[in-house]
Write a new protein. Structure first.
Length: 226
């Protein structure tokens, strides 16, 4: 289900990209955007779609994925509100780099690309943030490549669990099940199942009904080191 929504400037200021804007500029972003409410499972953008708008996620969670020519789904990660989605695609004017799917009910504002580029050109804090995002993006891609080619699945799984636990909860839901997690880590479901079983047997986690409960984060951190 999709429906129209509105947003106030306080919600916009919570988005790191917009945090440095003056109140007048925030109102301009709000007034120049279209707000929508989306339920879980809704595809906001498909990979390759023209990036004509910057998507501002004010509430909820969104995942990014792509399908290889061989038909394998690769998940690049999940983003929780507040944040701006796929800024790189909007900046370079190419198509979206991934399919963006709502994982938890989300409130999204769509800001026209030209308005966003004007902010980048005219507002120094926004420009600095964008440059930092691009640098982080390049670093993350490097680290992802290194992890995929060098770290075993158990280490990658442990690191993923620790990142999710860092949000403040030791109980981590797997909304897409083990297949979703396998796609995210770039391995098969069987491989993820075995890694979860090993961590569970060693007393680091428990797995129940689509939820992983982290029992020993310190020991899990050691496993994350490979």
């Amino acid at each position: 289900m999709t429906g129209s929504v509105s947003a106030d400037t306080r919600a916009l200021r919570a988005v790191p990209l917009l945090a440095g804007l003056a109140e007048e500029a925030l109102r301009a972003v709000r007034d120049g955007s279209v707000g929508r409410r989306h339920e879980a499972g809704h595809v906001l953008r498909a990979v390759g779609d023209p990036a004509t708008h910057l998507l501002l996620l004010l509430d909820g969670r969104v995942s990014a994925s792509a399908t290889t020519p061989a038909g394998r789904v690769v998940r690049f990660g999940e983003w929780s509100a507040p944040c701006a989605l796929d800024k790189v695609a909007v900046i370079d004017g190419g198509g979206h780099t991934a399919t963006l799917t709502v994982e938890a009910p989300a409130q999204v504002l769509s800001l026209p690309r030209q308005r966003f580029l004007a902010l980048v050109e005219d507002v120094a804090p926004v420009r600095r943030h964008v440059l930092r995002v691009l640098a982080d993006h390049a670093r993350t891609q490097q680290e992802r490549w290194a992890a995929t080619t060098t770290l075993p699945t158990e280490a990658r799984l442990a690191a993923w669990l620790l990142r999710r636990a860092a949000t403040g909860t030791s109980r981590i839901p797997l909304p897409g099940g083990q297949q979703h997690l396998a796609d995210l880590l770039g391995v098969t479901r069987v491989t993820v199942n075995r890694a979860l079983a090993r961590l569970s047997q060693d007393g680091l986690i428990t797995v129940q009904r689509g939820t992983v409960h982290v029992l020993a984060p310190e020991l899990l951190e050691l496993r994350a080191g490979g």
